[in-house]
Ligand binder design. Structure first.
Ligand SMILES: [Zn+2]
Length: 138
């Protein structure tokens, strides 16, 4: 009974000192880390080493993961190959159409029958006095 109360008493005495020493150590370490490039470099090296170690440890898992990701992408592509081909051929049609239009425009000159309204920007006949969209005089 006496021993137990004694040890409780001493624990309560030591604990604040222990916490203070620990906090002081953390503060000192923080200052050293901030002002000493050498310490920072050492810490960084530790971090890099641990990152390397983590990578080495999980290398096989990562390999499996990337392999299965590739497989998954392959599966998705294979499942949708017809749709993808359709989209690509539609894209080609659109490109072909715009190239054809551009070539035609270069050959014949730009269509001069329509101009843009100087106020609203809509297309109107180049000889119209008023815009058919906003009604303002040209
Ligand atoms: Zn207009």
């Amino acid at each position: 009974m006496k021993l137990s109360s004694f040890s409780t008493f001493s624990l309560f005495n030591i604990l604040p000192i222990f916490v203070m020493v620990f906090a002081f150590g953390v503060i000192i370490f923080t200052f050293v880390a901030i002002f000493s490039p050498k310490v920072r470099a050492k810490m960084m090296r530790k971090q890099v080493e641990s990152a390397k170690m983590m990578f080495d440890e999980t290398k096989d898992v990562l390999k499996d993961l990337s392999a299965s990701t590739v497989e998954l992408k392959k599966d998705i592509l294979n499942e949708n190959i017809d749709d993808l081909r359709d989209i690509e051929s539609m894209n080609m049609d659109i490109k072909e159409d715009s190239i054809r239009r551009t070539v035609q425009a270069v050959k014949e000159g730009w269509n001069t029958e329509e101009i843009r309204c100087r106020y609203c920007g809509e297309w109107i006949d180049n000889d119209s006095k008023f815009c058919k969209h906003c009604g303002r005089e040209q």
